[in-house]
Design a protein around this ligand. Structure first.
Ligand SMILES: Cc1cc2nc3c(=O)[nH]c(=O)nc-3n(C[C@H](O)[C@H](O)[C@H](O)COP(=O)(O)OP(=O)(O)OC[C@H]3O[C@@H](n4cnc5c(N)ncnc54)[C@H](O)[C@@H]3O)c2cc1C
Length: 476
């Protein structure tokens, strides 16, 4: 191994960028990052549209972020890291409920049938209906057991069908256990009560947000890593990864139509784990290739509408569980930062989860603009403004899909990759984890922490950190 080992990081999303920044800060390693886009930030990036900064759908930094990471982000962003109140709403059976939930609002606005249903669910011990599933637990059975039938029927189940494109009974129980915050009625009640005056927990109902858009977090890590001489190749698509006979790797990538190779002592991948498996040379055994084929991600269309009005609504986000409304969420970027300029325009961003094989994926911008317009009209918030522009971005890898039984395929893939010395996979795509940004950054910090002073990677330590990652619960 060289004196100054070379680490190549695949992907410049929050995980790859924070790994690069921490490696150049805490080690003497050479660091090179390959990113397929011409910009950094991955799914958590921001960009300019019609003179405004917009994100890839609704993004906020949750106060549950690890304190050391939050301190680093604060140190990099200073006063540009805003502390903002959450102000969203959910459409439930035709009514709007404030999100995060507020006791008074719940009392006054919840549909009576819904309230009665939840009360009955609380009184009666709910027996999960798993008889048709051979007795094994699923997202549906765990959620019904914890939250009761009413909340599941009216909120979680239709929302799950939209987000993952599967019936709740076809989703793994992992989705419910590890990926839904407030997974029991008792937790929800505690959360609502904590909203009452004097009982709020720190950070409750608030979020952090960079003045320059959520992507400001990634950009700060990028600038920090660049400043400390990490190398970045943007528009560089990693194509294959050859394991050398004496350790180390040859990384082949394509950039602007040309093919290049780099030598690495370590490769840290934050790209989708199934894509990584497909680019390994020598190729994995057939059963690992099969396992990679059983892992899939939900895609998402982000439809941005530029309106000729200063503000569409006071809300940062509107959530739409109902299946009659195609989009899952609508956000108004201006309301995240509180910036009012430009006074005469605003942008809305509609999230439309879908499959890349679906007709939606290949619709034109205008058709998608019409779809959003129809969705808003159905939701009772029609667009009463001129749409100056429709702009669409496509995320191929938005959400991991935890189909029942996916664990076996993931474990096979993970185990095979785990046996290749000096290769590490992490981040939301790399560990197939439905995680928040601060979780992806936490993984990167932990990876760097596993290098000892002699540049030896502590695999056992990484194994311990992996157990911690399994406790992460995603927040909306
Ligand atoms: C709609 C939506 C809303 C979200 N809201 C929130 C929120 O409010 N708060 C929050 O904390 N998190 C939120 N998230 C999650 C957040 O976006 C992710 O946690 C975060 O982006 C994960 O970072 P990552 O670096 O692990 O992966 P990514 O951001 O996906 O980065 C992976 C990078 O790898 C690159 N790449 C892929 N293949 C190759 C290749 N072959 N060669 C080179 N580069 C490659 C990609 O271009 C990408 O830049 C949201 C996600 C979505 C989809």
């Amino acid at each position: 191994m060289a004196n100054n080992p070379h680490v190549i990081i695949l992907g410049a999303g929050p995980a790859g960028l924070s790994a690069a920044s921490q490696l150049v800060r805490r080690t003497k390693f050479q660091v090179t990052v390959l990113e397929r886009n011409g910009w950094v930030g991955g799914n958590a990036a921001s960009f300019d549209l019609a003179g405004m900064r917009v994100d890839y759908g609704s993004h906020r930094l949750h106060p549950s972020c690890d304190p050391n990471i939050l301190a680093d982000i604060r140190a990099m962003l200073g006063d540009d890291l805003l502390d903002r109140p959450r102000h969203g709403r959910i459409r439930l059976r035709g009514r709007w409920i404030h999100f995060p939930l507020k006791p008074i609002d719940l009392a006054l606005r919840l549909p009576p049938g819904f309230t009665l249903g939840v009360a009955t669910d609380m009184a009666v011990r709910v027996v999960p209906r798993s008889d048709d599933l051979g007795g094994s637990e699923t997202f549906a059975s765990v959620m019904e057991k914890g939250l009761g039938h009413t909340i599941c029927r009216d909120f979680y189940f239709p929302y799950a069908r939209k987000l993952w494109g599967l019936d709740p009974g076809e989703l793994s129980a992992v989705q419910a256990r590890r990926r839904v915050s407030g997974g029991s009625l008792a937790k929800i009640v505690r959360k609502v009560l904590s909203e009452m005056s004097g009982r709020k927990t720190q950070g409750s109902g608030r979020f952090f947000y960079p003045l320059s858009g959520f992507g400001g977090i990634s950009e700060a890590y990028y600038m920090d890593a660049l400043d400390k001489r990490a190398n970045f190749y943007l528009n560089a698509v990693a194509e294959s990864l050859h394991i050398g006979e004496e350790g180390g790797f040859s990384v082949y990538y394509e950039r602007e139509g040309r093919h290049h190779t780099l030598q690495a002592d370590h490769v840290w991948s934050t790209i989708p784990i199934n894509v990584l498996a497909g680019m390994m040379q020598p190729s994995p055994p057939a059963e690992v290739i099969d396992a990679a084929g059983n892992i899939d991600f939900r895609a998402m269309l982000l439809v941005y509408l530029v309106l000729d009005m200063g503000k569409f609504s006071e809300y940062d986000a509107h959530y739409f569980p109902e299946e009659t409304i195609k989009i899952s969420r609508l956000s108004e970027p201006k309301n995240y930062s509180g910036v009012r300029q430009p006074e005469d325009r605003t942008v809305l961003c509609a999230e439309l989860p879908c499959s890349p094989d679906s007709p939606e994926w290949s619709k034109s911008d205008e058709e998608l603009g019409d779809l959003v317009r129809d969705s808003l009209a159905t939701a009772g918030i029609p667009l009463d403004a001129t749409v100056l522009q429709v702009y669409v971005r496509r995320l191929r890898y938005a959400y991991p899909i935890y189909t029942r039984g996916y664990e076996e395929s993931f474990d096979k893939l993970d185990e095979w990759i785990g046996h290749i010395p000096h290769l590490l996979t992490f981040g939301r795509q790399g560990l197939f984890a439905h995680d928040n940004t601060h979780h992806a950054i936490y993984m990167a910090y932990c990876a760097v922490d596993c290098f000892n002073e002699d540049g030896v990677f502590d695999r056992e330590g990484w194994g311990r950190y992996r157990k911690i990652f399994e406790t992460h619960v995603v927040e909306d």
